[in-house]
Design a protein around this ligand. Structure first.
Ligand code: FES
Length: 104
């Protein structure tokens, strides 16, 4: 069963910025992109667990701060030649209130 949780407000995250949230034992990184969307992924690089929330975002890709693997925030896949995948989470924004929901 999918649960929809209110996790933040748009005003909490700068454009091109990120925010870490914890839902039970899951740590999730949320990124606000320049196109206005908010994407959420597991906050752990598939290489050696670097905190992706501290990485630099370029388009819809985050660069891991540890060894610069590039992770696609939409698919969760590492960009070739690297290989790996992280979990992604569906998000929903209420543009009236700015509320950001995540589906888990
Ligand atoms: S831990 Fe992310 S690139 Fe190595």
């Amino acid at each position: 069963m999918t649960t929809k949780l209110l996790v933040a407000n748009l005003s909490d995250i700068d454009v091109k910025g990120s925010r870490r949230i914890k839902v039970k034992e899951l740590e999730i990184a949320m990124f606000r992109l320049t196109d206005g969307s908010v994407l959420a992924v597991e906050n752990s690089c598939p290489h050696k667990g670097g905190l992706l929330s501290e990485g630099m975002v370029c388009g819809s890709t985050v660069h891991c701060p540890l060894h610069d693997w590039k992770i696609d925030l939409k698919s969760g896949n590492a960009q070739e030649p690297d290989d790996g995948c992280i979990k992604t989470f569906e998000t929903e924004i209420d543009h009236k209130s700015g509320s950001i929901y995540i589906k888990i």
